[in-house]
Design a protein around this ligand. Sequence first.
Ligand code: NAD
Length: 257
Amino acid sequence: MSLRGKTAIITGSNSGIGLGIARELARAGADIVLNSFTDREEDHALARDIAQETGVAARYVRADMASGADCRALIETAGRCDILVNNAGIQHVAPIEDFAPEKWDAIIAINLSSAFHTTAAALPMMRAAGWGRIVNIASAHGLTASPFKSAYIAAKHGIVGLTKTAALETAEQPITCNAICPGYVLTPLVEAQIPATMEKYGMGREEVIRKVMLERQPSREFATVEQLGGTTVFLCSDAAAQITGTTISVDGGWTAL
Ligand code: NAD
């Protein structure tokens, strides 16, 4: 399939899943807007690499997804948004009574409210173009819970609710909104959780991966950023035109347990 002529904006895409999704959308022909809150030469170089590899137009736009104004400015600066992937996300792990309120606020802003702001800014463009795809990167933690991740789980459950609402508000137009719910994917976000878990359980790295992380993932394998990119491209295809307001789990069977 070809997404040639479409512009895709992927929030939080200078790393991990967002970058993997951007690469797969570019391979399918979409022009790409990469984003994060930094403005380094290496961020812009990522966009140049994608353009060189695939022949699409690609650029990097700095915008802080913790700021509603920045979220809306990201979409407006791009000038066009056929495909919106709300992917930016952070994690913090602590029991509720020790959970720093500023960490709660940051996670709700970046992992949940950003998607409200970008969607609000993108929908008029999609309605005017008569076509649109919104793909929200939720999590297995948008459908189930684990201890010590209260803000992340609240935000991801919230994203699933926002997905359903946006789908209903666009149902009579060729616009869809869905959430992808990955299980564990070995990205910097997950890498960052390994040292503390090693210390907490007195385990080595491989043991933490096998016995703690992949213990809940029946396949005992990480999902990959390429698989999440492929799932996103599928949701942008004509085959997925009647798939809206739902979640697609890419979690090795986690939520089937
Ligand atoms: P990552 O840390 O590699 O990527 C997170 C991205 O968000 C980075 O590009 C980062 O720069 C960006 N970001 C963070 N704060 C931002 C801000 N204020 N403004 C703009 N961008 C910001 O992590 P990842 O694993 O690739 O996570 C991507 C998404 O996938 C997140 O929403 C995460 O919750 C979700 N997810 C990840 C996993 C996993 O196992 N890795 C599982 C389920 C869901």
